[in-house]
Design a protein around this ligand. Structure first.
Ligand SMILES: C[S@@+](CC[C@H](N)C(=O)[O-])C[C@H]1O[C@@H](n2cnc3c(N)ncnc32)[C@H](O)[C@@H]1O
Length: 284
């Protein structure tokens, strides 16, 4: 693992096996910025309400990142409950552990992959898995694992992005389309959200008909020299889809619009409430 790498590269971003320490630091900055985005908070609040965590329950946050949601689950589960953040990336686990301690949270963090959840069958009341499946090449196994660890009557809140829904205001549409295609090809599971209902049902879960959605809207600040567009442009050039000049112009025109304050770019994040049939309880 390189510690020199200081920014994301397409294809390695968020993959615990390939991402370098410098890129993890950059990722923490991105996640912190997104944590305060009102659009993300609206979806999280909706999902938390649907999940209805009770004091004493056992909650697991799969792919917990900086642990922000693990801490919220720990607060809801209370002193008699438990909130475990599963995070394969060691550096993110360290950040999450440090932040939980500083906040006086009981949230705990363990290594683990979505496709191999290190917990017994039927041992969890609630699973939270937010913007993780898009980075998992085998989401079918991951969702089967979620169903396995849930107790009958347990709930899974699966929130994920659909990158094909990306919109932007200030890039030539033909160029933007080529950049998006190049970007989609680099992600493990770019259209993740649209497969979740099928995979959850095939794993034996029941999906609530009310599906949540919210656009992750990038700020004007983020859109200046936006790395996502720079990387998408570089990839599209490498694939011969657009010219270098077109890629540079895409980043420049979006940056200029952001300086004027009217740039707009977003992707849709969907939320699915999945329930394991039956009833029971993990907590005593
Ligand atoms: C976009 S971040 C989301 C973090 C957090 N869930 C949030 O919403 O703030 C994606 C997270 O998924 C983790 N991740 C990537 N592949 C994973 C896998 N196979 N199993 C579990 N987590 C994974 C990454 O390390 C990272 O923490």
């Amino acid at each position: 693992m390189s510690t020199e790498e200081s920014s994301f590269t397409l294809g390695t971003a968020f993959r615990p096996d390939t991402i370098g320490d410098g890129a993890v630091r950059a990722m923490v900055g991105v996640l912190d910025a997104q944590d305060v985005a009102p659009s993300i908070e609206r979806l999280r609040a909706w999902a938390l309400a649907a999940g209805d965590v009770q004091p004493g329950e056992v909650c697991v946050d799969v792919g917990s990142g900086t642990g922000v949601m693990t801490r919220r689950l720990a607060a809801l589960a209370g002193p008699d409950g438990q909130a475990i953040g599963l995070e394969p990336n060691e550096m993110l686990r360290a950040v999450a552990t440090e932040r939980a301690a500083a906040a006086g949270s009981t949230a705990e963090f363990r290594p683990g992959l979505a496709t191999d959840i290190p917990l017994p069958d039927a041992s969890v009341d609630l699973v939270w898995c937010e913007r993780v499946l898009q980075h998992v090449p085998d989401p079918e196994t991951a969702i089967r694992e979620v169903a396995r660890v849930l107790r009958p009557g347990g709930r899974a809140l699966l929130l994920d992005s659909d990158h094909e829904s990306r919109v932007e205001s200030s890039i030539d549409p033909d160029v933007a389309r080529e950049m998006l295609v190049a970007f989609l090809g680099q992600l493990a599971n770019a259209r993740s959200a649209r497969d979740i209902p099928r995979l959850a049902m095939q794993a034996g879960l029941v999906v609530d008909p009310d599906i949540g959605s919210s656009a992750l809207v990038y700020t004007q600040e983020e859109l200046q020299d936006f790395e996502l567009y720079r990387l998408s442009g570089d990839q599209a050039v490498a694939e011969g889809r657009i010219t270098r000049a077109q890629a540079d112009e895409a980043v420049r025109s979006m940056s200029e619009a952001a300086r004027q304050g009217w740039a707009f770019s977003a992707i849709t994040v969907f939320g699915f409430v999945c329930r394991k049939p039956g009833s029971g309880t993990v907590s005593s």
